[in-house]
Design a protein around this ligand. Structure first.
Ligand SMILES: [Zn+2]
Length: 170
């Protein structure tokens, strides 16, 4: 299984509410690799745990022993320490910018994120073209995950970008 996850849910235009035909309602987000690959709205996050039931820390590879030796490494990219997050869809860069347009109102969008609130898949957020640069800032490289601050500002804070994966040693 790959290191990203897939959320099955309609992607709705923030301006007119019409469904955007984006990747047939399959939004990818970086969320690690465990037994769970497909997610739906309102699902509780299930964490990868080691054999003692301890949640594996983010960005560390856990190699479980199977019948035929070590299995493919698994990992958490999120952490229960951060229950409110925006996890961005990295695949959007594969869509040419001129195709990122709502078929209803012709609004352009440039980012899509899975919103995780309270450790639950709360929904999906579509960002209008330039909205993140205007309201949060410009990033290079663009972070995979942003923490939603618990204070009233509600202004996300980048927390994870390109990180090196370590080995889990319980
Ligand atoms: Zn629209």
């Amino acid at each position: 299984m790959p290191f990203w996850s897939v959320l099955h849910a309609p992607v709705l235009c923030p301006s007119c509410g019409r469904e955007i035909s984006y990747r047939a309602g399959e939004t990818t987000f970086f969320w690690g690799r465990s037994s769970r690959h497909y997610w739906g709205l309102d699902d509780d996050i299930e964490w990868l745990r080691d054999q003692q039931g301890v949640i594996v820390p983010p960005y560390t590879l856990y190699r479980r022993r199977g019948w035929f030796g070590l299995r493919d490494p698994e990992c958490n990219l999120g952490s229960p320490e951060y229950p409110d997050l925006l996890a961005f869809d990295p695949e959007i860069d594969c869509q040419p910018p001129e195709t990122r347009i709502c078929p209803g109102c012709q609004s352009r969008y440039d980012h899509i994120a899975v919103e995780i609130r309270g450790g639950r898949v709360a929904g999906m957020k579509v960002f209008a073209e330039g909205e993140i640069a205007r309201t949060i800032g410009s990033f290079d490289p663009f972070p995979e995950t942003m923490l939603i601050r618990p204070d009233a500002s509600d202004e996300p804070l980048p927390i994870w970008g390109d990180q090196v994966l370590g080995e889990y040693r319980p």
